[in-house]
Write a protein that binds this ligand. Structure first.
Ligand SMILES: Nc1ncnc2c1ncn2[C@@H]1O[C@H](COP(=O)(O)OP(=O)(O)OP(=O)(O)O)[C@@H](O)[C@H]1O
Ligand SMILES: [Mg+2]
Length: 410
């Protein structure tokens, strides 16, 4: 195939007349390269347009984080380098040959001369360029979306498997702990005051009394361990059960708020609500028990960490509705204006056992349970924003309707 025939088959030159194609042939030069050669780099000064006569090339761009992204593979009959050719600026991508290639190269000055001779040609060239820019931007955008989706899925999986592990370990410890409990009870039951009174040897009496005291101590500590184990178990959503119900969502929130009111008054917390107009008419098919557990966790954290030592302050609960993927969703926001969370801790708040309140009875399970409830049971997502000294905002988004099948699949 002659060069002019190849050029005629290139869509970019569709509207070129035969004479213009002949002009092009005289303006350009052939170029042969080996495989794996960089033809130009992003940022290089652009000086020519390449038409592929044989072989293939790969075009690389950068995503917003600066990582290389392969944008496309171009083959025989396709062209590249046209973008910077028109603006005379620098290359917006890097091009590397995928195999030994033959090109037809047209210098910028020659190409511009041809364009200035024909306004129709100019508008065709611009239209072609615009559609190419659009499709490569779309590709970058789609790849970024996919990457974000994968990352959040990985995050959810990580939380879930950690919680399963904690719940599993708790379950395993239950049996030996139960045995210790039974044996310690046996000791205290057998060492009755009556029996102790009958011990005539004073030394024996002391020993028996010591054993009795030790067994009591064991029992009270087993009870403590048991309580902890129950909360470790509740970290896993599989271990807690709630029934699916349908009700007005605002009403459900109001019930939880009313439940918290007495505590709030004691802690000098003022609870304000901001419901988007119309949202009070919307029903939710979900798990009211989980919802109240989630909200209670937020409120008790605010009481304990945002406004510590009973200083009190504002809590704002906002509710609105929006669409995601053609499905109606609720957005529930719980905001405080208190202490805030240091930057380095924000990403750890949802981790199992992360707490800054170990001395005050915090186990660091609250937010991790909430995370699992929201992502698994409510089929939603949760984010936390916080600024030290400004306060913390937790946003939970989930569909108006959860089907039990979806819950099982999660
Ligand atoms: N509203 C808030 N303001 C400031 N810090 C917060 C807030 N909510 C959570 N935190 C921080 O996140 C940590 C983890 O919270 P999480 O509810 O998981 O655990 P906890 O409250 O410490 O313990 P638990 O909930 O098991 O009793 C807290 O220890 C606290 O440092
Ligand atoms: Mg908590």
């Amino acid at each position: 195939m002659s060069i002019s025939e190849v050029l005629k088959s290139v869509p970019f030159f569709d509207h070129f007349t035969d004479t213009q194609i002949d002009d092009l042939v005289h303006m350009g030069r052939p170029l042969k390269t080996e495989a794996d050669q960089v033809l130009f780099q992003m940022g290089d000064l652009a000086d020519s347009l390449y038409v592929i006569l044989n072989g293939c090339v790969r075009v690389y761009g950068k995503d917003p984080e600066g990582k290389p992204v392969e944008l496309s593979t171009l083959r025989k009959g396709q062209f590249f380098g046209e973008l910077a050719l028109v603006d005379g600026g620098t290359r917006s991508a890097t091009v590397r040959t995928g195999e030994p290639c033959e090109f037809f190269v047209i210098e910028r000055s020659n190409f511009m001369r041809l364009l200035s001779a024909s306004p129709e040609l100019l508008s065709d060239v611009l239209a072609g360029i615009t559609s190419k820019i659009k499709s490569s931007n779309e590709k970058i955008f789609l790849e970024m979306l996919e990457k974000q989706r994968l990352q959040s899925q990985m995050e959810i999986d990580r939380h879930r498997s950690l919680s399963e592990m904690v719940a599993g370990v708790a379950h395993e410890i239950n049996t030996p702990l139960g045995i210790v409990n039974v044996t310690a009870s046996m000791i205290t039951e057998n060492l009755t005051p009556d029996l102790l009174a009958r011990a005539t040897d004073p030394e024996l009496k002391y020993v028996l009394e010591d054993i009795q005291e030790a067994a009591q101590l064991m029992l009270s500590n087993i009870a403590r361990a048991n309580k902890l184990i129950q909360s470790f178990k509740s970290v896993s959503v599989n271990q807690i059960m709630d029934t699916l119900e349908t009700g007005l969502f605002v009403q459900l929130i109001q019930e939880v708020i009313d439940l918290f009111k007495i505590k709030a008054r004691q802690a000098h917390l003022s609870l304000e609500t901001e419901f988007e107009p119309g949202v009070e008419l919307l029903a939710w098919t979900g798990y009211p028990g989980y919802l109240s557990q989630i909200l209670m966790n937020f409120f008790s954290n605010i009481e304990r960490y945002a406004y510590p030592a009973g200083v009190g302050g504002r809590i704002l609960v906002k509710l609105s509705s929006f669409e995601r993927d053609n499905k109606p969703f609720f957005r529930l926001v719980v905001q405080d204006f208190g202490k805030g969370i240091p930057k380095e801790d924000v990403s750890r708040v949802f981790d199992v056992f992360f707490t800054t309140g170990r001395g005050q009875g915090g186990t660091g399970l609250g937010m991790s349970i909430v995370h699992n409830l929201v992502t698994s049971a409510l089929h939603g997502s949760i984010t936390l924003d916080s600024e030290l000294g400004q306060g913390t905002t937790v946003t939970v988004e989930f569909p108006h309707q959860i089907t039990p099948q979806e819950h099982l699949a999660g």
